[in-house]
Ligand binder design. Structure first.
Ligand SMILES: [Zn+2]
Length: 183
């Protein structure tokens, strides 16, 4: 399993819901995704980023105490659905494991409520604000084939894509953004 980087067309595909019968066989893949995320110092990863067109994603925004390894506390979302979102949209720089080497300012609502199944198929719901809300929304975008580039207007998109190509030429790899908020 490896991280697929833009502009691979797989990142623009919409993902299929996970059928109940598939869940068991996807658990191992979900854990591998989380491992890859931790290895790349990411705080989220979605199935299409590893070439799997399923509605499955992992988020972990745990932060480390000074001088300690961050605790691993992944939240797995199977077939996530947005229930509601709230708050004046705020802009902040985001990174993406599939768009290494750059950050892109994205506007998002500050709060979100999502329902999903866990890896055992149990339903849960989560209300998130702040960075967790942003990370969840970033991963949800991936399930609909939306990358950070699609949030930009055409001019900004073209300019940012040139910056990205430059970063790739300079050898940027998944996990390279220079900041901690990668998803
Ligand atoms: Zn991403």
């Amino acid at each position: 399993m490896r991280i697929i980087v833009a502009p691979d067309p797989v990142l623009r595909q919409s993902c299929e819901p996970v059928a109940p019968a598939e869940l068991k066989s996807l658990r191992g893949k979900a854990r591998q995704m989380a491992k890859l995320m931790y290895k790349s110092n990411g705080c989220g990863i979605a199935a299409p980023q590893v070439g799997l067109l399923k509605r499955l994603m992992v988020v972990d925004v745990s932060t480390a105490e000074e001088g300690e390894e961050p605790p691993q506390d992944p939240v797995y979302f199977v077939n996530p659905e947005v229930v509601r979102s709230w708050g004046e949209p705020e802009q902040a720089d985001e990174g993406c494991l599939s768009i290494p080497g750059i950050q892109i300012p994205i506007q998002r609502p500050t709060g979100i409520e999502v329902t999903a199944l866990d890896l055992q198929g149990e339903p849960f719901s989560i209300e998130a604000e702040g960075f967790m809300a942003r990370a969840i929304q970033h991963e949800l975008d991936h399930l609909d084939g939306t990358t950070m580039f699609e949030h930009l207007d055409p001019i900004a998109r073209a300019r940012t894509f040139r910056e990205y190509e430059q970063a790739l030429r300079q050898g940027a790899k998944p996990g390279d953004t220079g900041v901690e908020d990668r998803a």
